[in-house]
Structures are given as structure tokens and as C-alpha cells.
Design a protein around this ligand. Structure first.
Ligand SMILES: Nc1ncnc2c1ncn2[C@@H]1O[C@H](COP(=O)(O)OP(=O)(O)OP(=O)(O)O)[C@@H](O)[C@H]1O
Ligand SMILES: O=C(O)[C@H](O)COP(=O)(O)O
Length: 427
């Protein structure tokens, strides 16, 4: 795919992290026409997309990401059953219905996607029986049943009874051991990974287990407490660690600097000190911003100025990294071959404090074009990269917020573990 005529996205083979693709789980690509033609394939996708007050999809990234697996199944004559959650409903809640997804799915797939009013039961069974080869039926939100999140075996069995085989392509929900992501695999074989699931694992696991070095991580976001696991795990792997976002002030305070009314987690000061020591003992080059943009209130129209990070006056709070820090971070990133980014550098939702995040996004887009592997780890950093219009330029943008964080923390994902192991290729 050509980007701006200059930056070409790296091909899969170039991203092979030294031959270590995460090929440990059986893939939907191993299933051919003979395995799929006429078969009812139960596919767990993550269609948990943001909707506005008129139920209009405001970001269809997850819908588009689900398409390759569905199209592959359709193209091989399967009868496709799609299951997903949307939001966190307590019981049947119309505003969490998956119905608004039907038009966009139909458009992207080039077929009329049918929609069931439920995800189990007789009516659904009848609709499943009527799916033609290459046709697609979307089930209603699986979380309308509390049994979904409880991973209730009876509920999982009912879901499983709808299909002949199972594909999990819901990377974004792979950290949840729910009936449609984990329980169902006990009753439905084969249970294989979809293309999106595989791609996410290839990048995220590949990057941290066998990165092209130098390997840098950029960690930001609001709180140290939500990123402790990630920082600790990354300190074992990276050569360079750049810290920004609200969490940096806990590090500054731990070093004795005045931080004004910036965000600080008082109970994490010792932890911040020990992370700094750990970085030193591991030989990791840990960089904190040298200057910050401060504001006189937490608001889009706050008065602001750039000051050295070592001294923020009372009544002021740091809301972004400053120009010197952007320069230092950029220079450090210039030396790298792999970069993973999780969490914005500042309050990017306010234009005045978005520069740090935007400049880092631009830097990564630029590095991507030069062959550096750039991975954006989900959540707000993805939103920031998209806001800057640079998503297409990155090597990989994860569709999973919580799931990508857990992977980076070194945790295993129940939705992945439950899938069949890959069948070793014959010698
Ligand atoms: N200096 C700061 N002070 C207060 N809030 C900040 C600051 N810098 C960033 N933030 C806020 O942090 C929030 C994102 O932090 P959070 O820890 O939720 O990240 P996340 O969503 O987990 O990150 P990721 O996006 O990669 O998963 C943003 O809403 C942003 O406004
Ligand atoms: O958006 C997500 O992170 C996934 O869809 C999982 O949703 P959940 O956090 O409600 O389980």
C-alpha cells in the first residue's frame, strides 16, 4: 500500500522479527474449502465500537479489522455466524444493541448481513439454519446474558451448538475469560485464531520477545498505577524507555522536584524510585522530559507556559511535555529499530496540550517510513494517532486497549490460550 507516495508500509515478511512469528495457535488460514464449505462457523469478533447519541458509529476501526477473516470464510463457502459484545450492559439494554453495526458490516462485506434478535434460542437456530453458503448472520450482544461474563458452561454450550467450528478474531476481548471467548472452545472444535488475532499477536508478542534492537518503549497516560506492570515488564526488554504523560510527575516528586498541582500519586513515590533504580541496574536508558507545558487550570483555555521540569510553581500543573523534551525524545528514537508506544504524552484532548503527543506521533510515522517497526498499543494513544491522521503510517495499531496492555505486561490471554495449538508443518 502506498502512503503519500513516499512511505510504503512494510510487508509481513519484513516484519518477521527474525523468524519468530507467533505461529503457536492454529489459524483460520489453515482451514481450506474442504473444511469450510457449507459449515456453520461461529466467529467471535470485537465489534465494541464507539457510538454517538444517534447510534452512529464514530470509529469503525474494529469493524474494518474484522473483515479479512469474515471474507475469507465467506469466500470458502462457510455460513458465518458473528458474535460480539458492545459496551457493558446489565441485561438487555437497547442502547447496547449490535443493530447499528449491520449497515457498515454489510457495506464492507458486500452482502446483506442478517441480524438476530438474540444470541441463543430457537429463533436464532432457525436463522442459522437459513444462512446460505457465503452468508453472514450477526447475533445480538452476548453480554445481554449475565452468563457471558460469568463464563457459564451451559451458556457456552448453547452458543457452541450454533456452529460446527469456532474462530476467535476478537483480540480486543482476548483478556476476558468469557463464554464466547473461552468457554465456547470446550464444546466446539476446531477452535482457531482469526487473521486479526494472529496479526496482533505477531506484532505485540513478536516485538517484545524478539525485537529488532535498539528497542524503545514510550509510556505515557495519566497514572503510574495503571502502567506499573507494563513499565516493569518493559524494563526487562527495552534498551530505551521514554516516560511522559501525567505519570511523569510522580517520578519528579520522587526525585525531590516541586510539581505544583500536577497529577501525583503519593502512594507510588517509592515505586517510582525503585523503577528508576531498576532501569539503572538493567542498563536501560530511561528518559524523563526535561521541560513541560504548565497550565493554571485543567481546561482547554488555561493560560500556559513552558518551564523546566525540575520546578513547577504552586498553582500550576504540567499538562504536556515541552519542546526540548520532544527534541530529546526524537533524537533518542532516531537510534531505534523497534518502538512500542502506550499512553499519550499530555492532555491531547486539549489543543494547547496536544503538541507533545502529536510530535511523537509524527516522529513515529517518519521512523516507520524509514523501516523502523512502530507499534501503537491501544486505547488513548491510538485515538491520538488517529486524531493526527497518522494511523495508516504506523507498522501496527492495536485494536485492543486492555488486551494489549496485558500482553505487554507479559500476561497470557485466556481467549488465546483456549485455542487449538498449531499443527506443526510436516518436515
Ligand atoms: N500531564 C497530564 N495530566 C493529567 N492527565 C494527563 C496528562 N497527560 C496525559 N493525561 C491523560 O491521560 C489520559 C490517558 O491515560 P490512560 O492512563 O487512560 O492511558 P491509556 O488509555 O491507558 O493509554 P493507552 O492509550 O495507550 O492505553 C488522557 O485522557 C490524557 O488526557
Ligand atoms: O474495548 C475493549 O477493551 C474490549 O472490547 C473489551 O471490553 P471490556 O473492557 O468491556 O471487557
Amino acid at each position: 500500500m502506498l502512503l503519500d507516495g513516499i512511505c510504503q508500509k512494510l510487508s509481513q515478511s519484513q516484519l518477521d522479527f527474525g523468524g519468530l512469528l507467533m505461529a503457536t495457535k492454529r489459524s483460520v488460514g489453515d482451514l481450506k474449502e474442504a473444511d469450510l464449505k457449507g459449515k456453520r462457523v461461529f466467529v467471535r469478533v470485537d465489534l465494541n465500537v464507539p457510538l454517538d447519541e444517534n447510534s452512529k458509529i464514530t470509529d469503525d476501526t474494529r469493524v474494518r479489522a474484522a473483515v479479512p477473516t469474515i471474507k475469507y470464510l465467506m469466500g470458502h463457502g462457510a455460513r458465518v455466524i458473528l458474535a460480539s459484545h458492545l459496551g457493558r450492559p446489565k441485561g438487555v439494554t437497547p442502547k447496547f444493541s449490535l443493530k447499528p453495526l449491520v449497515p457498515r458490516l454489510s457495506e464492507l462485506l458486500g452482502v446483506k448481513v442478517e441480524m438476530a434478535n438474540d444470541c441463543i434460542g430457537e429463533e436464532v437456530e432457525k436463522m442459522v439454519a437459513a444462512i446460505p453458503e457465503g452468508g453472514v448472520l450477526l447475533l445480538e450482544n452476548v453480554r445481554f446474558y449475565k452468563e457471558e461474563e460469568k463464563n457459564d458452561p451451559e451458556f457456552a454450550k448453547k452458543l457452541a451448538s450454533l456452529g460446527d467450528l469456532y474462530v476467535n478474531d476478537a483480540f480486543g476481548t482476548a483478556h476476558r475469560a468469557h463464554a464466547s471467548t473461552e468457554g465456547v472452545t470446550k464444546f466446539l472444535k476446531p477452535s482457531v485464531a482469526g487473521f486479526l488475532m494472529q496479526k496482533e499477536l505477531d506484532y505485540l508478542v513478536g516485538a517484545v520477545s524478539n525485537p529488532k534492537r535498539p528497542f524503545a518503549a514510550i509510556v505515557g497516560g495519566s497514572k503510574v498505577s495503571s502502567k506499573i506492570g507494563v513499565i516493569e515488564s518493559l524494563l526487562e526488554k527495552v534498551d530505551i524507555l521514554l516516560l511522559g504523560g501525567g505519570m511523569m510527575f510522580t517520578f519528579y516528586q520522587a526525585q525531590g522536584h516541586s510539581v505544583g498541582s500536577s497529577l501525583v500519586e503519593e502512594d507510588k513515590l517509592d515505586l517510582a524510585t525503585s523503577l528508576l533504580e531498576k532501569a539503572k541496574s538493567k542498563g536501560v536508558s530511561l528518559l524523563l522530559p526535561t521541560d513541560v507545558i504548565i497550565a493554571d487550570k485543567f481546561a482547554a483555555d488555561a493560560n500556559s507556559k513552558v518551564v523546566p521540569a525540575s520546578g513547577i510553581a504552586d498553582g500550576w500543573m504540567g499538562l504536556d511535555i515541552g519542546p526540548d523534551s520532544i527534541k530529546t525524545f526524537s533524537e533518542a528514537l532516531d537510534t531505534t529499530k523497534t518502538v512500542i508506544w502506550n499512553g499519550p504524552m499530555g492532555v491531547f484532548e486539549f489543543e494547547k496540550f496536544a503538541a507533545g503527543t502529536e510530535e511523537i506521533a509524527k516522529k513515529l510515522a517518519d521512523l516507520s517510513c524509514k523501516g523502523v517497526i512502530t507499534i501503537i498499543g491501544g486505547g488513548d494513544s491510538v485515538a491520538a494517532v488517529e486524531k493526527a491522521g497518522l494511523a495508516e503510517k504506523m507498522s501496527h495499531i492495536s485494536t485492543g486497549g486492555g488486551a494489549s496492555l496485558e500482553l505487554l505486561e507479559g500476561k497470557s490471554l485466556p481467549g488465546v490460550l483456549a485455542l487449538d495449538d498449531a499443527i506443526p508443518a510436516a518436515l
